[in-house]
Write a protein that binds this ligand. Structure first.
Ligand SMILES: C[S@@+](CC[C@H](N)C(=O)[O-])C[C@H]1O[C@@H](n2cnc3c(N)ncnc32)[C@H](O)[C@@H]1O
Length: 480
């Protein structure tokens, strides 16, 4: 019997054993009723506008989401492999003329290419093995029209529901594993581009569970034939969950982070956004030492996955990690944060004005923005080859201040601190640590060229600071 057939039989018998068409079974939680409304609204709120779209819903169950999608969608095709779930779904939602319902196993479904704008699923892929997920992801990419969205939500790392289960074949993957499977689904001239990965807030606030992860991805054209190979290589290098010991040197800038955290003056219970949080060391520090409620986000999936894993290992509770691109994300409500902290990220950002305007919008009145960035001192002679220092898009201090003013902080005083001396000692320590850790780094990241590049970047930045061509500046501003 092939592995897939075995999985199919296992999963079918699992769902036959949990086949009562009820809310408790859909959520596999005996307290389902107490959170269902809030959770459903939260999930629906993560979708792009559904109005008029052609939507496919997989693993639709008794229709918790079908009920809300059908009145909005242009057409909705909802399916599930359990006959009695579809019967119940039809009983409740069958009156919608734009809805078709089918008993179908998602692993065997076929649909025409470019037939829909949105594929939606909530807790499906954890009932498929890796091979099956790869196959369904690739087909979804085919079904979607260019630019179309795919949303899915899964329990990661461990189970979440409270319903008793004797045998549990569910696959609790890491978010990083799903990211890898999404990459592998690249098909023809398209791939899945990330919009976000984020945990369900309802599970965080009601159960202290941050492992209910939601993905929104988009059918995106490949920019070059080797794009997927390059992305896979980058993912692979961080995939084999490093031990704490191996992570230590990556987190060595923690002491620097600790000093910067003191600048922030974070009070217990304050809400902090750590933009470009990387491996999440500062986020964890702010949550643990300062007792803040922290959200860290970063554009790098592997880093976010490791940050989450590490926070779980360290038992840090009040921190969430999300995957998003600061240039495109619209993840947060207006006036959400007391503090936004953004260390050395802005020099990567093309449209700094619109990112600073987002920071302004997301801050509560009286909230503080604290960002550090490199600052090229243009009037200094260019003695260092800065081509690989990676700071060519950095702003001068004056340009930052005026961009902050235009972004909304017009009535606020922007204070700046020249932290270059601190940076010099940090960079020297970093270069020393990198050299000592060469063996571990290469082993960890699986590529010696990345080690060389990281080392060169730090050395160039350091040389530029020493020759007076580069400063490291901290900007601090309060929203009036
Ligand atoms: C936890 S329930 C969630 C149901 C619904 N999406 C919700 O959130 O209320 C998981 C659903 O996935 C369905 N399912 C599991 N494996 C499937 C497969 N291979 N094809 C189609 N449906 C599947 C189950 O029958 C069940 O309805």
């Amino acid at each position: 019997m092939s592995a897939c057939t075995e999985t199919r039989q296992q999963m079918l018998s699992y769902w036959k054993g949990h086949g009562k068409p009820s809310l408790e079974m859909m959520m596999l939680d005996s307290n389902a009723a107490s959170i269902a409304d809030r959770e459903t609204q939260e999930i629906l709120g993560m979708l792009p506008p559904v109005d008029g779209l052609d939507v496919v819903e997989l693993g639709a169950g008794i229709g918790r989401f079908t009920k809300h999608l059908a009145p909005l969608a242009g057409s909705l095709h909802a399916s599930d492999f359990m006959q009695n779930f579809i019967d119940k779904n039809r009983e409740d939602n069958g009156h919608h003329s734009n809805l078709t319902l089918a008993v179908a196993d998602a692993t065997q479904m076929t649909m025409p290419a470019d037939c829909c704008d949105l594929v939606f699923s909530n807790w499906l892929f954890m009932y498929l093995d890796d091979e099956e997920v790869r196959g369904v992801f690739a087909r979804i990419l085919d079904w979607l029209r260019p630019g179309g969205h795919f949303f899915f939500r899964e329990s990661c790392f461990h189970r979440s529901g409270s319903v008793a289960r004797t045998d549990n074949p569910t696959k609790y993957r890491s978010p990083q594993k799903y990211n890898e499977l999404l990459l592998e689904a690249a098909y023809g001239s398209h791939r899945f581009g990330h919009v976000f990965t984020r945990p369900s807030r309802t599970y965080v606030s009601t159960k202290g569970n941050r492992n209910q992860m939601c993905w929104l991805v988009r059918k995106t054209p490949l920019s070059s034939p080797d794009e997927i190979d390059r992305m896979k290589a980058a993912h692979k290098s961080l995939m084999n969950g490093p031990s704490d010991e191996k992570l230590e040197f990556v987190l060595a800038e923690g002491s620097e982070a600790a000093a910067l955290c003191d600048y922030l003056g974070v009070q217990p219970g304050e809400t902090v956004l750590d933009v470009g949080c990387g491996l999440g060391d500062t986020s964890c520090l702010l949550a643990k030492k300062y007792d803040a409620n922290v959200i860290g986000f970063d554009i790098a999936g592997p880093l976010i996955s490791l940050a989450l894993q590490r926070a779980n290992q360290l038992g840090v509770q009040n921190v969430l990690f999300e995957l998003a691109d600061i240039e495109t994300c619209e993840l947060y409500e207006e006036e959400t944060f007391d503090v936004i902290y953004c260390r050395d990220v802005m020099h990567y950002v093309t449209d700094k004005g619109s990112v600073l305007a987002k920071f302004y919008k997301w801050l509560k009145p009286g909230g503080r923005l604290c960002l550090t960035d490199y600052c090229p001192l243009k009037n200094q002679p260019n003695t260092v080859d800065d081509s690989s220092a990676d700071v060519s898009a950095a702003y001068s201090r004056d340009a930052y201040i005026s961009a902050l003013k235009s972004a909304g902080f017009a009535d606020s005083t922007v204070t700046t601190d020249d932290l270059t001396p601190r940076f010099e000692s940090a960079a020297l320590a970093k270069c020393r640590i990198l050299e000592q850790a060469r063996h571990l780094f290469v082993q960890q990241f699986n590529e010696s060229s990345r080690f060389e590049q990281a080392q060169v970047n730090w050395q160039r930045r350091l040389a530029m600071c020493q020759s007076g061509e580069l400063a490291w500046i901290l900007y601090h501003v309060t929203k009036q």
